[in-house]
Design a protein around this ligand. Structure first.
Ligand code: G6P
Length: 475
């Protein structure tokens, strides 16, 4: 059935789970994107196209929780060359400041082109005449142009969830021009920040030779493409409600007791990714203990590392490095029943995350580069009593909005040590002043506002001929 709105993302918003009776079923993935997009999908008979994970072939479209989902299958070779290879071995490190060395392989690129084509064709099959198609993230940057070639009637939006690098780095890519042209198939290209949008427009001018003016690109065929910043957010109200619920409050208390009721709990929650700066932050914390500024009787660092992309070599190396570091720190500095670091390699449901946020006095978010970092915003949303301190990397997109955090340069270990200690010693008056301001920001700019502003902007793009998408009705 053709749809007026097609969401195209590498992943579907559901994960496969085993149901109570042992049969396979689906569960809505944790994460804000689905919360934001679901109401817009409902208002427009939307459909979501993406990979459900795994190598199942020929899965039929299905409904989950009132949402129409179209699963895209991936073969083992697609996973190795397109997903682990070009997406996460080339683009991911290239777009994150070369924190790891990107690899350039022609067979990875070929797989990227053919998987993108498959997504574009499937999107074309599912879109009604004049429909809106919203393509997401770095795995699918060729889809806008491929789709436009098949279906010039469509209104196409693209949103990049990760940073877009400066030209000096981007131009290493042997296929730089093809990627830029892929994105220019969209009417609106959205980025997390103004810096990223500026990088894109500059590259288009220099590398592709199109005329540009501010955030507009003028194509030779008369079409105009707009490139602008739409900083993403979270379901702030949802987190706030969860954090204040009775079971989460009880669980937060239990967590602190299980940790031995220390004076202060430090917390890090990240996908286990080399961009997140986990190693450096744990070193900074351990040095504060070794130097005698902190004592394991008073302070503990809870680090949750969510397993991620485990078949990619850089991620395996990182896991080993962190395992070794945590073992050494605890061996050197811990006491019986008092490890310096409580390390969990696991993923948790939203309820447990909210309980962890509630139980932590100092949240430590120190990526070397991050498009936004939603963990920082989730922590703030959960601190409904205006307590708690946030130590945040200057290189996370979130730092542009959460100015009242203790901002740090994650490459500067001494600077991080000072910030951790300041946050630890801060007077409640000071932390409350800062948290209040940050809470205002996160409450006012939630993920629904983000989706609305992107959709409204897309509907306004002059060059497009498609029908406008109706904004979702919100209570
Ligand atoms: C980042 C990317 C997403 C991606 C997610 C999880 O947030 O921007 O596109 O889905 O990481 O990574 P994974 O490789 O497991 O999909």
């Amino acid at each position: 059935m053709p749809n007026n709105l097609v969401i195209v993302a590498n992943r579907l918003p559901v994960d496969r789970v085993e149901q109570a009776d042992g049969t396979p079923g689906w569960r809505l993935s944790p994460g804000g994107l689905v919360t934001a997009i679901e109401p817009v999908m409902r208002a427009n008979d939307g459909v979501w196209l993406g990979w459900p994970g795994g190598t199942d072939q020929d899965l039929e479209p299905f409904e989950h929780d009132g949402m129409s989902l179209v699963p895209m299958s991936m073969s083992q070779t697609d996973i190795e060359l397109f997903y682990e290879g070009f997406s996460n071995g080339t683009l991911w490190p290239l777009y994150h400041d070369l924190v790891a060395k990107p690899e350039f392989h022609r067979e990875w690129w070929d797989a990227y082109v053919s998987v993108n084509r498959r997504f574009a064709e499937k999107a074309a099959d599912n879109a009604a005449e004049g429909a809106t198609v919203w393509v997401h993230d770095y795995q699918l940057q060729l889809v806008p142009q491929m789709l436009r070639e098949i279906r010039p009637d469509l209104r196409i939006g693209f949103y990049l969830h990760i940073p877009f690098p400066p030209g000096e780095l981007f131009q290493q890519l042997p296929w730089r021009r093809q990627l830029l042209e892929g994105l220019l198939g969209a009417d609106l290209v959205g980025f997390q920040g103004h810096g990223a949008a500026g990088n894109f427009v500059r590259l288009v001018r220099q590398r592709v030779g199109h005329k540009t003016h501010k955030d507009l690109v003028y194509l030779p065929d008369g079409r105009t493409v707009r490139a602008a910043a739409f900083p993403i957010s979270i379901d702030s109200q949802g987190f706030e409600d969860l954090a204040t619920s009775e079971p989460v409050a009880a669980r937060a208390k239990e967590i602190r007791e299980a940790l031995g009721s220390p004076t202060k709990v430090f917390l890090g929650i990240d996908r286990l990714d080399y961009t997140k700066g986990i190693y450096a932050r744990l070193r900074a914390f351990s040095e504060l203990i070794a130097d005698g500024h902190l004592d394991v009787e008073d302070a503990v660092f809870v680090q949750v590392a969510v397993p991620s992309r485990e078949q990619v070599e850089q991620y395996r190396i990182l896991r080993d490095d962190i395992d070794r570091l945590v073992g050494r720190i605890n061996g050197d500095l811990g006491r019986i029943g008092r490890p310096a670091i409580s390390y969990l390699h696991s993923s948790y449901p939203r309820e447990e995350m909210a309980a962890l946020y509630r139980s932590a006095d100092i949240m430590v978010v120190t990526p070397y580069r991050d498009g936004m970092n939603l963990v920082a915003k989730e922590y703030v949303a959960c601190r409904t009593d205006n307590t708690g301190a946030l130590v945040l990397s200057e290189f996370a997109g979130a730092a542009e909005e959460l100015r009242q955090a203790w901002l740090v340069n994650p490459y500067d270990i001494n600077g991080m040590k000072s910030a951790l200690l300041e946050a630890y010693r801060a007077e409640p008056k000071e932390t409350t002043r800062r948290m209040k301001a940050m809470r205002r920001t996160v409450t006012q700019n939630d993920v629904a506002a983000w989706a609305d502003s992107f959709m409204t902007e897309l509907a306004d793009v002059r060059s497009s001929h498609g029908k406008a998408v109706r904004p979702a009705k919100r209570s």
